[in-house]
Design a protein around this ligand. Structure first.
Ligand SMILES: C[S@@+](CC[C@H](N)C(=O)[O-])C[C@H]1O[C@@H](n2cnc3c(N)ncnc32)[C@H](O)[C@@H]1O
Length: 351
């Protein structure tokens, strides 16, 4: 027996979901063509004014603006025929340093769609899809998605939540950022703590090239270096701090990486592990954050780990208990959740 009320409610949810999916391409057009930024700096605007300001085709713009208004991304004033990007929406679409800037999320969704054929094939034949073989610019999309969180939290919140680390960084410490990707976390720390030396390591050569370019752009090449290395083979020793941002669960052998990190640290050093927020059980993660992360995990994280030796495939929703088990297996004497945001948990492990 079909319950009409439940059916209507679910179809309503699907309308919302499909509407969100339709926004992936539309929001990325707004970003790539500078439409959100133009509306933010010069709005409210009519379609004709936006066309003249951006030198873009007015007919296409009218359709795009109408979609944005129907999505609640812009507001529309029928009397003046103007479109406005409200300040709250500007924080999501136009202001790159805002804590809720989400354009990177739209890029990740597009890259996940690109990844579908390779990952879908792996469902049948097993095995992974190597990070370097993933879609288009998965690497740039992921870096862009995480950057606002790091920009707003890393220096003001996360590092101060660790025991004694900021004082060491201010005096001059040696830091390894393992699995650094495009190096935004490394660059932010190098900027904030000019007396400390930072080395970002990642096994993906293309990402290391991008990280070097970001360091040069931000004038921190003097104290932020980057090298290609697998987590288990990072060459340095005597680090005061080792960081792993959103990457431990992507590694094939996170327990092996944990054991190696322990050998890299000074006896009084610290390992900061930033992982996606998650409860320990599926039933704890049946919520909007869990929904997004399980999709990312299926299409990005699990295939990345399964393509490597061991193939532990912790998944992006591993949860604190599992992460503690992995870290604890390397003999760290203490592991604690130092702080958290709605998207991340920050764990502190001591040798
Ligand atoms: C989700 S990305 C996060 C990148 C970066 N830390 C950030 O937060 O933007 C995961 C990163 O882990 C790296 N990675 C995965 N397995 C690795 C391994 N075994 N050794 C070194 N890097 C690894 C990937 O190349 C990728 O850059």
């Amino acid at each position: 027996m079909i319950d009409e009320g439940k059916l209507n409610k679910f179809v309503g949810q699907m309308l919302g979901d499909l509407g969100g999916a339709s926004s992936i391409a539309m929001a990325r057009i707004g970003d790539a063509l500078g439409l959100y930024k133009a509306l933010h700096s010069d709005g409210p605007m009519t379609c004709a004014a936006l066309a003249s300001r951006t030198k873009l085709n007015e007919r296409y713009l009218r359709e795009w603006l109408s979609h944005q208004a129907a999505s609640g991304y812009l507001t529309y004033d029928p009397a003046a025929t103007t479109f406005t990007l409200p300040p709250e929406q500007a924080m999501v679409f136009a202001i790159e340093d805002s804590p809720v800037y989400m354009m990177g999320g739209f890029d990740v969704m597009a890259a996940m769609l690109d990844n579908q054929p390779k990952v879908q094939a792996a469902f049948k034949i097993g095995g992974g899809v190597a990070w370097g073989d993933q879609a288009g610019c998965m690497f740039c999309a992921v870096a862009r998605f995480f950057r606002p969180g790091y920009h707003n939290n890393l220096v003001p919140q996360w590092l101060p939540a660790l025991d004694g680390v900021v004082a060491k960084l201010e005096r001059g410490a040696k830091v390894a950022d393992v699995g650094c990707g495009h190096g935004w976390s490394t660059v932010l720390m190098a900027k904030a703590f000019p007396k400390s030396q930072f080395i970002g390591y990642d096994f993906h050569p293309g990402s290391i090239e991008d990280a070097k370019a970001h360091a040069a752009e931000h004038n921190v090449s003097g104290n932020a270096k980057f090298e290609v290395a697998k987590a288990k083979e990072v060459p340095g020793r005597d680090f005061d701090l080792v960081t792993c941002f959103d990457c431990l669960h992507d590694m094939g052998d996170p327990a092996g990486a944990a054991a190696h990190v322990r050998t890299m640290l000074k006896p009084d050093g610290t390992w900061m592990v930033i992982e996606p927020m998650a409860g320990d059980r599926l039933e704890d993660n049946i919520n909007p954050v869990g929904r997004l992360y399980y999709a990312g995990s299926t299409l990005i994280c699990v295939p990345t780990s399964l393509s490597q030796e061991v193939g532990a495939a912790l998944g992006a929703q591993a949860g604190e208990a599992k992460l503690r088990e992995v870290i604890g297996s390397a003999g760290f004497s203490s592991v604690r959740r130092a702080t958290e945001t709605p998207f991340n948990m920050i764990l502190e492990a001591r040798p």
